[in-house]
Design a protein around this ligand. Structure first.
Ligand code: HEC
Ligand code: HEC
Length: 421
């Protein structure tokens, strides 16, 4: 383990380069300091494929679509009670729990059906290279297609979304994109059939344009859910008092003996790669098999809005691999792992301490071996993980600015804020 660790530290140190030399603090080596400096975020990488990314007004429309209950299909049987009123994105990604699901104690989420996977946080979601536990999207707004259309989440489709926009935000749409929504999207319009299947090529093109703009509005909104400046960052930037003694010892384990940094590295504590840590498919409503990256690649290939031209062909080695989860704000977003199999951070540390499990569908990662950490060391690692909670995103992005779907509707998913007509 130590051998691998020094390779990683050297590689990180080399990639950081040497600015002016400052003596490392007691207990830290020069390489440690270089690695810590590389873990302080310098901001999101941006997304050249989303031309609306910098536009706050489009992001506000994305926020309305995020909170709106009128976009989803409705439950036919058994879905969460609210589904009779429609499922909004925020039902699973609530501001109160770091934009993860407040209703999941264990294991997975309920929309129109059971999702089969644990709902991840949306804080800092713009900072990744892949989205979904299986990397099914290679842009943030491309992930919104899966989020909206998946049968167990919202069961949406382009026509449903366009009709909802026509019904609820036509003036806003015109103001932002300098173009009116076609009247035929009104189901009562005599030419409404133009948008039903089979569609004319012009109706198809128009629908795609409306859909793409909506997905990008979601993307622009989600990129504003930024939460940095955790105690860890202040420590990494030289404030020795930012971490408690225990959290500081935990940090040294994280980048040292426990080897976490082999995978959880960089500003988001992820290598943006896929690994099998072997966590089993256990718990209520968890499917017995989840092939992870294998199906993720197939889904990426099927995504009409993907950026990659070439998509690798999935192989046996992809089975059971999942994306290394970013760890910022992790203490807010339990349960943990792709199907919420582990309830607390203590459970997670205990899982790694025993060398992971061999129960997942694929070959276990070569890195995992028992760590031999004592009780106190395990507790210190948890204290360190808790020091990764950042400042919450600006309040204007955490409130419900959607149009109510009916008069007197209660705002259950965060404070109401001004509805822009
Ligand atoms: C029923 C619950 C549910 C609803 C509703 C829902 N999501 Fe999710 N969301 C999930 C789950 C579960 C995942 C993990 C999917 C996977 O990897 O298989 C996820 C993943 C994501 C991700 C990727 C996060 C990451 O770390 O890669 C984004 C972005 C996202 N959702 C945005 C949205 C948006 C936008 C909407 C509304 C259009 C939405 N979600 C609606 C449950 C939900
Ligand atoms: C071999 C790479 C690797 C190593 C080493 C590793 N992790 Fe992970 N970690 C992952 C992957 C991959 C996931 C997602 C696994 C899944 O859900 O199947 C994950 C998930 C997690 C989660 C759950 C996050 C969430 O939001 O659900 C935590 C917490 C975590 N790791 C902490 C640690 C700690 C602490 C260590 C060191 C003791 C460590 N990891 C070592 C790859 C790694």
């Amino acid at each position: 383990m130590r051998g691998v660790r020094s390779l990683v530290t050297l590689a990180v140190a080399a990639s950081v380069g040497c600015a002016e030399w400052v003596a490392p603090r007691p207990g830290l080596t020069e390489q440690d300091e270089a690695m810590l400096a590389a873990m302080v975020s310098k901001g999101a990488p941006g997304d050249p494929s989303n031309e609306f990314l910098a536009d706050d007004a489009v992001a506000e429309l994305g926020q309305q679509l995020f909170f709106d209950r009128g976009l989803s299909n409705v439950a036919t049987d058994g879905g969460f009670a609210l589904a009779t009123q429609g499922v909004p994105c925020v039902q699973c990604h609530a501001p109160t729990t770091g934009f993860s699901d407040p209703r999941t104690v264990r294991n997975v989420s309920l929309g129109l059906g059971w999702t089969g996977r644990n709902t991840p946080t949306l804080l800092n979601v713009a900072f990744y290279e892949w989205w979904g536990w299986d990397g099914r999207a290679d842009t943030l707004w491309g992930q919104a297609v899966h989020a909206y259309e998946a049968a167990p989440t919202m069961g949406g489709d382009p026509l449903r979304l366009a009709r909802a926009l026509f019904d609820r935000y036509p003036d806003r749409y015109r103001a932002l994109f300098n173009q009116s929504l076609p009247e035929e999207l009104d189901p009562r319009h005599p030419n409404a059939a133009r948008f039903e299947r089979p569609r004319s090529p012009e109706a198809e093109a128009e629908l795609r344009r409306i859909y793409e703009r909506s997905l990008k509005a979601w993307g622009a909104y989600l990129s504003r859910l930024v939460s940095l400046d955790a105690p860890f960052d202040r420590f990494a930037q030289g404030d020795d008092h930012a971490l408690s003694e225990g959290a500081r010892r935990g940090l040294l384990l994280f980048i040292g003996k426990a080897g976490c940094v082999q995978c959880h590295r960089g500003p988001m504590f992820t290598d943006n790669q896929f690994h099998g840590v072997g966590v089993g498919q256990s718990g209520p409503n968890v499917p017995s098999v989840d092939t992870g990256r294998f199906t993720g690649l197939e889904r990426l290939k099927a995504n009409p809005f993907r950026r990659s031209v070439e998509v690798a062909t999935p192989t046996e080695a992809d089975v059971g691999r999942f994306r290394t989860k970013g760890l910022r704000n992790v203490a807010l977003t339990g349960p943990f792992m792709h199907a919420g199999q582990l309830e607390t951070l203590k459970d997670v540390v205990w899982f790694y301490n025993r060398g992971g499990d061999r129960a997942g569908a694929g070959p276990a990662s070569v890195f995992l071996e028992p760590l031999g950490l004592g009780e106190r060391e395990q507790g210190d690692l948890v204290l360190f993980l808790e020091a990764l909670n950042g400042a919450p995103p600006a309040a204007r992005w955490a409130c419900d600015n959607s149009r109510p779907t009916f008069v007197g509707m209660k705002r259950e998913f965060g404070a109401a804020c001004a509805v822009i007509p």
